[in-house]
Design a protein around this ligand. Structure first.
Ligand SMILES: NC(=O)c1ccc[n+]([C@@H]2O[C@H](COP(=O)([O-])OP(=O)(O)OC[C@H]3O[C@@H](n4cnc5c(N)ncnc54)[C@H](O)[C@@H]3O)[C@@H](O)[C@H]2O)c1
Length: 405
């Protein structure tokens, strides 16, 4: 089939390369000219494990262009553009602008909304375009995006027409994943309910971690492991740390809570999860202050700028928030990340960072930060992601999230 993908970010490019690998011809459209040029010169504009190889392997089936006209005669066009939150509310202009551009191409293409949009958005697009629109929310995780697309836990397809839904089911049948048919609004809502629930789980264990820090001989990791063995709870998303970041949880929880308020409802648990999460960077900085005293003039190194390991995505990264807080307090900053680069922040090597700093805050759980206890001797350390073995460190110079004295 000929398939269009509009918006070539993490979701769009991964979807494009996986579908190309299944033998489809893909036209990828983006308004970002630099991105298109980079893709056409064979480079992936961000880091995602295995993606460069998959794009290289299928380059004869992938076209990257700014021209919506190239989408003509596509059987499906997926909208995978960004849907950020601006001033606490979802910003839908990218989606509507993509839909407007699509209104000019042939009417037979099925439009599939993969971007995360608040309930009711896709139906508005359907009315605007006067043609079949399906909602097929994306659940991939950066860092394992290709496998998540090839074998998702489930596929949600929301729509009005049985025939069109069946058409999209056939496209995804290679995944052998369970497919759930829903209304358009339910499909949109499922995505928000899923992300909100996961955000709540993270903030929940982080609050338990706060309490464990005040209790001698108490380690939140032991608590998390034990409660996670209860099938009703499950072990996933119970890692206490510096909270959630990235391009999804922060913006999606903000969007759905504000959407709920507009409808006269409050999502109080989700609002509390956001509040708990917002406190995490302050907690890391306070722990460092408790160890090292006043931060002014001290050199602190932040290990990890990506919002999580195996990605170079720094959107809503807790490492960056910590750097800003440390700078406000007059500390000198050293920073290291295996993949992420940030304008205005110099990245040193891991060894340099450790050698030339007095205090170290671990803000991303990269594997590279495991087993470095020996190098950290004589340094003040805050383990914000529980990657270190505290038994190998001097407890007078070491603090970790969720670890009581
Ligand atoms: N990143 C994730 O892990 C993830 C997971 C699940 C769902 N989502 C959702 O998928 C959507 C895309 O996320 P992403 O992380 O891939 O975004 P991204 O920011 O990495 O990429 C979005 C792309 O869309 C392009 N774009 C914006 N407006 C456009 C337009 N009118 N026409 C063509 N291109 C346009 C941008 O230039 C950019 O390249 C969002 O709604 C997000 O919430 C993301």
């Amino acid at each position: 089939m000929k398939i269009g993908i509009v918006g070539l970010g993490y979701v769009g490019l991964v979807t494009a390369s996986v579908l190309a690998d299944r033998g489809h011809y893909i036209v990828g459209v983006d308004i970002d000219e630099m991105k298109i040029n980079e893709l056409n010169s064979g480079r992936i504009p961000f880091y995602e494990p295995g993606l460069q190889e998959l794009v290289d392997k299928n380059k004869d089936k992938l076209i990257f262009t700014k021209d919506y006209g190239e989408l003509l005669d596509s059987q499906f066009v997926f909208i995978t553009v960004s849907t950020p939150t601006v001033n606490g509310k979802i910003y839908l202009d990218n989606v509507f602008s993509a839909a407007t551009s699509l209104s000019k191409i042939n009417k037979d293409s099925v439009i599939v909304i993969k971007s995360t949009v608040i309930p009711g958005t896709s139906r508005k697009i359907k009315k605007m375009l006067n043609r079949e629109v399906l909602v097929n929310p994306e659940f991939l995780k950066e860092g394992s995006a290709i496998m998540d697309t090839i074998k998702p836990d489930r596929i949600i397809i929301g729509g009005d027409s049985e025939e069109t839904i069946k058409f999209l089911e056939d496209l995804w049948s290679f995944t052998n994943s369970p497919i759930i048919r829903t209304s358009m609004e339910e499909a949109e809502m499922i995505k928000y309910a899923a992300n909100s629930f996961l955000a709540v789980k993270i903030s929940f264990i982080n609050e338990i971690a706060n309490l464990c820090e005040k209790i001698p001989n108490c380690d939140v990791n032991v608590i998390a492991k034990a409660i996670g063995m209860d099938k009703r709870i499950s072990p996933y998303f119970l890692n206490a740390g510096l909270g959630f970041g990235g391009s999804c949880f922060p913006k999606d929880t903000a969007a759905i809570t504000s959407f709920a308020r507009d409808l006269g409802e409050r999502l109080k648990i989700v609002e509390a999860a956001i509040e708990v999460n917002n406190e995490r960077p302050f907690r890391a900085v306070k722990m460092m202050e408790e160890l090292i005293g006043e931060l002014k003039g001290k050199t602190i190194c932040v290990l990890g700028l990506a919002f999580k390991p195996n990605t170079d995505d720094t959107r809503e990264s807790v490492g960056l928030k910590i750097i800003r807080l440390l700078q406000e307090k007059g500390a000198n900053i050293l920073a290291y990340d295996p993949k992420a680069k940030v304008k205005d922040i110099k990245i040193s090597s891991l060894d340099e960072c450790i050698q030339y700093s007095q205090g170290i805050i671990i803000s991303t759980e990269w594997d590279e930060f495991r087993g470095i206890e020996e190098k950290l001797r004589d340094k003040y350390v805050v383990d914000g992601r529980r990657v270190l073995n505290y038994k190998l460190l001097d407890r007078n110079k070491f603090r970790a999230i969720g670890l009581g004295e």
